[in-house]
Design a protein around this ligand. Structure first.
Ligand code: CA2
Length: 155
């Protein structure tokens, strides 16, 4: 066993907000023809290649999403979040993200700047270290890559 394997891998929480459980079932031209399970498998494979562990979750509830963000404190090394519709509405989620003192990458499957004007504003972005949008599943892999770099520098 190599030295790296003997150590606990940094944990990255990958949190997904409302309606992302519908991935692959509707609007494939905007989001993806692949499902949320496919996205989880894609992230797990990317994380393994980067020596990261992930905790991948989806919820339709704002309160549950906020509780999961709070749980990251002291548990995770970083957070990837696609807040979905709460991106554009939730001051409470923004406050939770600001409070955890962790690197946060905000990811959107679609390019929120090419769509309706209400999607251009993100409360979550005020708390994000970085934002990736419009690249589909690839955005999650890029977010994991960025966090692998950030976490390594912090160690
Ligand atoms: O592009 C993204 O990832 C979004 O966060 C997705 C949200 C949307 O409200 C944001 O503006 C951008 C919507 C998630 C809904 O996902 C669905 C997937 C398939 C079918 C229906 C909804």
């Amino acid at each position: 066993m190599c030295y790296r394997q003997a150590m606990a891998l940094p944990l990255i929480a990958v949190l997904n907000g409302p309606n992302l459980n519908m991935l692959g079932l509707r609007e494939p031209e905007i989001y993806s023809a692949q499902t949320l399970d496919d996205l989880e498998a894609y992230c797990a494979e990317a994380a393994e290649s980067l020596d990261l562990a992930i905790d991948f979750r989806q919820t339709n509830g704002e309160g549950e999403l906020i509780s999961w963000v709070q749980e990251c404190r002291g548990r995770a090394a970083g957070l990837i979040i696609n807040p979905a519709g709460y991106t554009h509405t939730s001051v409470a989620l923004m406050d939770a993200l600001l409070a955890i003192d962790l690197p946060v990458i905000e990811v959107h499957l679609s390019n929120i700047h090419r769509r309706e004007s209400f999607r251009r504003h993100s409360y979550a972005s005020r708390a994000a270290t970085g934002v990736i949008c419009g690249l589909g599943f690839t955005g999650y892999r890029l977010a994991l890559t960025a966090l692998a770099d950030i976490v390594e520098v912090e160690q």
